[in-house]
Design a protein around this ligand. Sequence first.
Ligand SMILES: [Zn+2]
Length: 135
Amino acid sequence: MSPALRIRHCRDCGAPAAYRVPDDDSRERAVCTACGTVHYQNPLAVVGTLPVWGDRVLLCRRAIEPRRGKWTLPAGFMELGETTAQGAARETDEEAGTRLARPLAARSDLHHASLVTLQILRRAHSGQRGQQDRR
Ligand SMILES: [Zn+2]
């Protein structure tokens, strides 16, 4: 695990946390040295689409770091209370201004050890409105 991702203090009481394998577990976790709270760290869900317009694929140019100026598929962090398909559609609309038809296929990958990306292949109903990726 990247040192930047390691939990140093308990989110409940603020005491130092130490990494160890808790009882009845098989993975090392951050455990509070004072109150014993076990802090589980899980990947963040990133959802997006592979929007198809005729025989072309819509890409977005990143407006911020990391990879500012690079081309990417529209995607972003899933919000609480939405499905993966809803999140993918929202991110595509926010970043590319494109409404989507029903999903055609989906794929997911684990990268950077802390993100899960889900890409959904969908046909676009309308073209882009020239908006750049804001994340
Ligand atoms: Zn604690």
